[in-house]
Structures are given as C-alpha cells and as structure tokens.
Design a protein around this ligand. Structure first.
Ligand code: NAD
Length: 358
C-alpha cells in the first residue's frame, strides 16, 4: 500500500523549497521503489488569499487523513496587518494543536564541509549529530493558573510548570524510540534539584527507560546542559526535555550548525503522524529570487522517511546525497561566504537528485 503525504508549500520561499523536495520525492518513487502518493494543500497566507482562513477545514482534514505532512513556511509582509487570529502563523499553531503534535524533534547536524560556518571551533562541531526531543503541548507555556494579578498594591505575574505522568511518559517513549534509530543514548534534561515538576519528570523517565534496555539513560540539569552544548556538543545523542527548556536548548543547538537554511524539524503525535518542516521561515527578503537553500526542506523529507514511513534506509540515502553535494563544493548564497559562487535553489535540488540517481 502506498503511503499518503500532504505537501503544504505555504508562502514566500515555501513553494520554492518545496518544489525541490517534491523532485527528491519523485526520484525516490521512480528510482528507489518508494511506494508513495501525495497531494497539495493550502496553509498560511496562500490559504488566507483563497479562503480567508490560514487553516481551511479541507487542509486540516487532508492532514489528518495523511500519513505525514511536509510544510514549507508561512507568513510575510502581505498579511502582517490582518487581525492576529487570522494571521498566517495562526494556521501553523492550529495544525500543531489540532493534530496533537506533542513531540518536537529538532536535529542539529553539521556536515563537516560546513564546520567553518559554526560559532564554535570546527573540531568541536564537525560531524555533529544530535537530536533534541522537546515536549511541545504542555509545561509552563500551557499550565494553569496563569496571569497577572494585584497583590499587596502591585502587579504579580505568574505561570505554572505542570506535567502529568502520562505526558512525561509519552515524550520519554518518543525519545527512546528515536534513540533506537540512532546511537541509543538518551540524556534527560530537567531542574530536579529545584523543581518538584522536574523531580516527577526524572522519576517517570527513569521508569520508562526500563522498557528500553538496549538504550542508556543519563540525566543532566538544564544549566549544565546549556554549558555542555557549547563546550562539547558531540557528547550527546538524544536529549529529551520539557517545553521551556527545549525551546531554549534547541535554539542553542541550532546555532552550533551555523546556517538556518540547513535545519529540519519534525512534530509527531500519538498516532505516529508527523508534521515535517524546515526551522526557517518564509524569508520574504529573498522570496522569488531563486536564492533560497532547499536543503532544510529536503532534510525534513528525510526525517519524514525515517520517522513516519519507517524508511531509515532512504533517509540515509537522502542525507548522504546532501553530504556529497556539499562535499562537491556547491553552496546556496546563505552558505557560500566569500569563497564560492552561489548556486540557485533549483541547481541545489538538481544536484541532490543527480546524486540520488547515481
Ligand atoms: P526567516 O527564517 O524567514 O528569515 C531569517 C533570515 O534567514 C532571512 O535573512 C532569510 O533570508 C534567511 N533564510 C531563511 N531561510 C532561508 C533559506 N532556506 N535559505 C537562505 N536563507 C534563508 O525569519 P523571519 O525573517 O524572522 O520571518 C519571515 C516570515 O516568516 C515572518 O512572516 C515570520 O512570521 C515567518 N516565520 C514562519 C515560520 C514557519 O513557517 N515555520 C518560522 C519562522 C518565521
């Protein structure tokens, strides 16, 4: 049976980078026997223009019926004056929450050819390959009570860090399952020396680890984890953590890789469905100029193959095709620096497809 995918190009450079990912998909279907069908949908500004809604019902239905969804990017100056509830980014927030996407997987991979782009010394980051698994639908961003109240004649702001055992258990399982597709090492990050919520987190993650005897589990306080990520990032394989800590640590890890045009991400739900998307936005400053780097979207497709279609073999082929193209010296403008002449979005896609065919 063929897997069913939904492609949502979105706005700005979204359609440009998606076109290259679609060519990679076509190549996998034609040359590597991937059984897959796909259709397109509207989201973000493109959906506002057509339906006055950043997430039309038919897009949500199509995403719910698909095995996985690949998204380009949403947003842009054209829609910035619209009321907040109808903005393009609202479409993205809604699809995440409607689909219950609680596990956010953010890899930080650094192809050795790009090590010079990192803010760290090349030997610390060359061939870096870590995965941050962030809980996305709970914790302090959603906890009740929250608000600002009057107390003793002044205003007091408050939020609540809250995690139930079941929420911790399911994100821990996502992390161990992902680790099984990698080096089988999970580091759980918390603040158990100060927060009761973290104490429970640590206890539940430790309990879940017993179901994964083939994986090793370690624990680290979040302040130390932030330090270790910039001191010796290659010590990590999978890092699992809550919403707030994950928000911060995944951005630190992203910066280790130097370029936003290279970073894929995935968000998964309990039914194994995923939304895969580059970390970058719609880059209105370069949209329509053929300058966008399509590799983050192509690497998001590789994640889709691995995590939603269980085709780690094809994911590795795509990742190694990207590595070979970079090794051959090809660079889009965001990666080129002063040394090399940049190639277009399409030329980068051509090169990846050519590698996959060879
Ligand atoms: P951005 O990621 O779009 O761009 C930041 C900078 O990185 C720009 O200079 C851009 O040219 C560059 N860049 C981004 N992706 C690139 C790529 N693939 N290749 C080469 N260069 C790339 O962030 P922003 O400028 O803050 O936001 C622009 C719009 O995108 C806004 O409307 C914002 O709301 C939206 N946005 C959407 C998402 C998403 O769809 N997931 C994420 C972030 C921002």
């Amino acid at each position: 049976m063929s897997a069913r995918l939904l492609l949502l190009p979105g706005d700005g450079i979204g359609p440009e980078v998606m076109a290259e990912a679609e060519r990679v998909l076509e190549c996998l279907k034609t040359h590597h026997g991937l059984a897959v069908e796909w259709s397109f949908g509207l989201i973000g500004g493109a959906a506002i223009d057509a339906h006055n809604d950043p997430l039309p019902a038919e897009t949500l239905e199509a995403a719910q019926a698909a095995d996985a969804t690949l998204l380009g990017a949403v947003g842009g100056p054209k829609w910035e004056a619209i009321e907040r509830a109808l903005r393009p980014e609202r479409g993205l927030l809604r699809i995440r929450s409607e689909m219950g996407l609680y596990a956010n997987l953010r890899p930080a991979m650094l192809f050795s050819e790009l090590a010079a782009a990192s803010s760290l010394r090349p030997e610390l980051v060359a061939d870096l390959d870590i995965l941050i698994v962030r809980e996305l639908t709970g914790g302090i961003y959603f906890g009740q009570p929250r608000g600002i109240r009057e107390e003793n004649g002044e205003r007091v702001g408050y939020n609540t860090e809250v995690y139930s055992e079941s929420e911790i258990e399911r994100i821990a399982r996502s992390a161990f399952e992902a680790a099984r597709k990698r080096d089988r090492r999970v580091c759980s990050v918390d603040k158990a020396n100060v927060l009761e919520c973290s104490e429970l987190w640590r206890e539940v993650v430790t309990r879940v680890a017993a179901d994964y005897p083939d994986c090793t589990l370690s624990h680290m306080y979040v302040d130390n984890a932030a330090m270790q990520l910039v001191r010796a990032p290659k010590q990590f394989d999978v890092v699992v953590t809550g919403n707030l800590f994950g928000d911060i640590l995944s951005d630190i890890a992203a910066m280790l890789t130097g370029s936003i045009g290279m970073l894929p991400s995935a968000s998964l739900n309990a039914r194994g469905q995923g939304l895969y998307e580059p970390v970058h936005g719609s880059a209105p400053d370069i949209a329509g100029q053929g300058k966008a780097n399509p590799l983050a979207t192509i690497l998001s497709l590789a994640m889709l193959l691995r995590h939603s279609l269980d085709r780690g073999d094809l994911a590795e082929r795509v990742e190694s095709a990207v590595g070979s193209v970079l090794a051959s010296g090809l660079r889009t403008a965001d990666l080129a620096g002063d040394q090399s002449k940049p190639v277009s979005t399409q030329a980068m896609g051509d090169a990846v497809v050519a590698q996959l065919q060879s």
